[in-house]
Write a protein that binds this ligand. Structure first.
Ligand SMILES: NC(=O)c1ccc[n+]([C@@H]2O[C@H](COP(=O)([O-])OP(=O)(O)OC[C@H]3O[C@@H](n4cnc5c(N)ncnc54)[C@H](O)[C@@H]3O)[C@@H](O)[C@H]2O)c1
Length: 249
């Protein structure tokens, strides 16, 4: 029975805990929860049977075989490092935090779900040969960018960012983990190009990935519906974490 600890009890953390309880209970159990907002951890712990302990990050890592990070880019690298040091497996959602420590994803027990985009498998295969370019064009509804830009000023389709994945993650840390996931799987954060476009008319988080290299060309387009409880997080991102869990547990 794998002991699972979840850091970050918001939309993704809750989805993962409920999935383990409903669909993976023969193989895994959520034993510990951690959140800077204690109320959230306590609320989630009441939904899970047997009830997981609510504890500190360090204690959670000690108690778990597999640590799940669903907290934020400011803590994801520290969590991955601590877990690796203690020889625990770790699944990272806030991939933007790993850009400064890209070596971490080379560790065999650090798992990165594909997130809200398609094409990561093809990009990894293409990376065996020469890659010319990797670009991501993300279209987000205004409410998905709230807090990162002044959404009230935007009245028509507007390009709000064009540049490297590295700067995109710095300027939109809550919105663009897909850019980090893409760059960690291919050309790196300085060479992966990102455009973020918004409009009052958009209703879906849409990601277009274009990859060119000696293999030819890949183009993928993913039209995501936002998750019910967090408009910044696409439902597919949650499903990608659950699919990765099914694979590794
Ligand atoms: N890889 C991807 O494609 C992808 C897609 C969507 C979201 N994400 C990332 O996954 C993370 C979780 O997303 P979500 O939708 O569940 O967000 P959320 O806001 O619903 O939940 C995050 C939770 O983490 C807690 N938290 C924040 N900082 C913390 C810290 N330092 N220690 C402990 N807990 C902390 C918050 O209190 C909150 O309960 C975010 O960083 C988000 O950017 C990644």
């Amino acid at each position: 029975m794998k002991r699972i600890g979840i850091i970050g009890c918001g939309t993704i953390g809750t989805g993962i805990a409920e999935f383990i309880q409903a669909r993976l209970k023969a193989k895994a159990r959520v034993v510990a929860l951690c959140d800077i907002d204690l109320k959230k951890a306590n609320f989630l712990s009441k939904k899970i049977k047997p009830r997981p302990v609510v504890t500190s990050m360090d204690n959670l890592i000690k108690k778990s075989d597999l640590v799940i990070e669903a907290a934020g880019v400011n803590v994801s690298a520290a969590i991955a490092k601590k877990a690796v040091l203690r020889k625990k497996s770790v699944l990272i959602m806030s991939t933007g935090g790993l850009l400064k420590n890209p070596g971490l994803i080379k560790k065999s027990n650090v798992y990165i779900p594909s997130g809200a985009i398609c094409g990561i498998d093809g990009l990894k295969a293409a990376s065996i040969g020469r890659i010319k370019s990797v670009s991501l064009t993300t279209r987000k509804p205004l409410k998905g960018l709230k807090g990162s830009i002044d959404v009230d000023k935007i009245k028509k389709e507007t390009v709000v960012y064009s540049g490297t994945a590295q700067d995109a993650v710095r300027r939109f840390p809550k919105n663009i983990n897909v850019a980090a996931t893409l760059s960690l799987s291919g050309l790196g954060p300085k060479k992966t190009r990102v455009r973020i476009i918004t409009s009052p008319k958009y209703t879906r988080n849409t990601h277009e990935v274009e990859i060119e290299g000696e293999f030819g060309r890949i183009f993928t387009r993913t039209e995501n519906l936002p998750s019910k409880s967090n408009p910044k997080t696409s439902q597919l991102a949650i499903f990608s974490a659950l699919a990765k869990l099914k694979e590794v547990i």
